[in-house]
Design a protein around this ligand. Structure first.
Ligand SMILES: Cc1cc2nc3c(=O)[nH]c(=O)nc-3n(C[C@H](O)[C@H](O)[C@H](O)COP(=O)(O)O)c2cc1C
Length: 190
């Protein structure tokens, strides 16, 4: 990412001249080399029959799109994710199926295991949600939102709910969600 003379992001400018992991601040009279701070996007998901997994892969692809510089995206199954991953993250995507009118047990277990270890160490972590559901999804969303308030996480993008058969449109929505989260982190929008 590059900053224009007002200090605002100026995408694309001088992009090809910046070494990986760094950026330039350009003014009329000087081009100053500055160290970029890489932002971390964590995508945690649970899936049983694969739908939420496909949504998670789409979100990861969006976050790793060529439009994104300086964001490191990490995709983890809920059972493999823990407090250290949350502490690493500057932004978070949570993906779950709706099971019995709630988030899945795997996602709930992740939140149960991490809450106390990160308590007081996370200040308003920007997050968003994607959900796969047979016909609803809203109760899983409500459950995640209620728990997220406690961490606290701050919801910064609209959720993607794939109700019914998973379609290309749903996957495109997840791709865009991953991209929006990554660009938001890159530009310090959250
Ligand atoms: C045990 C179980 C409970 C479910 N409960 C709900 C539910 O309450 N509401 C709903 O819309 N779909 C429900 N479903 C359907 C799943 O949410 C849906 O099949 C989803 O796409 C599965 O995601 P996955 O492939 O990532 O596991 C349930 C499925 C299972 C296996």
């Amino acid at each position: 990412m590059f900053l224009n003379p007002n200090g605002r992001p100026s995408r694309g400018l001088l992009r090809n001249h910046a070494p990986a992991g760094n950026c330039y601040t350009a003014t009329c009279s000087e081009i100053r080399f500055v160290e970029a701070s890489v932002k971390h996007l964590l995508i945690v998901y649970h899936t049983q029959t694969g739908n939420t997994g496909r949504m998670a892969e789409a979100a990861l692809a969006g976050a790793r799109s060529e439009d994104v510089d300086g964001v490191d995206a990490r995709l983890l199954r809920a059972r493999d994710a823990g407090p250290d991953d949350l502490l690493w993250a500057h932004g978070l995507l949570l993906g779950t199926p709706e099971n019995f009118g709630y988030m899945s047990g795997g996602m709930k277990d992740f939140l149960d295991r991490t809450f106390y270890p990160v308590e007081g160490k996370i200040l308003s972590l920007p997050y968003a949600v994607f959900i796969s559901a047979g016909n609803d999804g809203t109760m899983a969303l409500a459950a995640i939102r209620r728990i997220a308030n406690g961490y606290p996480f701050k919801e910064v993008q609209a959720p993607i709910i794939a109700a019914g058969e998973l379609t290309d449109e749903h996957l495109k929505g997840c791709w865009e969600l991953g991209l929006a989260m990554a660009l938001g982190l890159e530009m310090d929008l959250f």
